[in-house]
Write a protein that binds this ligand. Sequence first.
Ligand SMILES: Cc1cc2nc3c(=O)[nH]c(=O)nc-3n(C[C@H](O)[C@H](O)[C@H](O)COP(=O)(O)OP(=O)(O)OC[C@H]3O[C@@H](n4cnc5c(N)ncnc54)[C@H](O)[C@@H]3O)c2cc1C
Length: 259
Amino acid sequence: MKIAVFVKQVPDSAAKLSVDNGAVNWGDAPLVINPWDEYAVEAALQLAEKHNGEVAAISMGSEDAKEALKHALAMGAGSATLISDAALADADAAAAAKVFAAAVQKLGGVDLAIFGKQAIDSDTGLAPAMTARVLGWPALTMLAAIPALDPGAKTIQVERAIEEGRQVVEGKLPAVLSIVKDYAEPRYPSFMGIRKASKAEIPVWSLADLGISAPESKVRWTEISAPPAREVTSEMVTGANADEIAAKLADLIIAEGVL
Ligand SMILES: Cc1cc2nc3c(=O)[nH]c(=O)nc-3n(C[C@H](O)[C@H](O)[C@H](O)COP(=O)(O)OP(=O)(O)OC[C@H]3O[C@@H](n4cnc5c(N)ncnc54)[C@H](O)[C@@H]3O)c2cc1C
């Protein structure tokens, strides 16, 4: 079974973001693999282990995105490819989906294209469904579990995490999946995996390599602004013991009208 897993390089969620001259700035904070994509890699690895499959990690972005790919390699992915092309500057999610679909087709013989639930920077959550649409494959999104998969019969049964509980859905392979964190805790990269990843040569595919021209983007960011600063005052509640502190805290909460 052949699995493509998509990983995006994003600013660390702990980074302090600011908006400078209309552009997002995260200072010296490191770029990391999109946290949701670690769950996607974990799901891909578990499925490959169970069904004797192979996992190919793919990222689209600048050279920096190779670090996200190295993380996927260190976790256990068998190969990694970066898609990078100057013509992708300002590619929106629909344009990105055309690129992801072309990458899946270039890999060839892919049974599952696995995504995280969303990228924590642009946060649209559109890439999985849009990629499925371009490929003409079923989109099985927000998966908390995959109770059954039969690569021979090309069938899959999944549990979708929805607000009210779980929804069991059956589909056909090949399919596009997106994974949520209930699936499984992502494994830590092993020491051997980190060494292997650090030496890996990661091929770069351009749009010409994918055999497509630059897809048109229909969405533009016309303005980016930081939320207005909130005025917050704080007060330390002290006392001789926990009972006294709790009583003072309760008085304060009641005085503030919080309760
Ligand atoms: C204004 C604007 C400018 C952009 N400029 C560029 C650019 O210069 N160069 C460029 O390469 N892209 C660019 N993009 C594309 C963008 O970075 C995303 O890849 C794309 O919009 C997908 O949407 P999302 O980030 O909301 O992902 P979501 O749909 O929220 O992500 C869902 C899942 O899709 C996968 N995924 C999403 N993005 C990527 C990725 N890039 N690589 C691998 N997997 C991914 C991950 O598994 C992720 O968990 C731009 C997008 C916008 C809106």
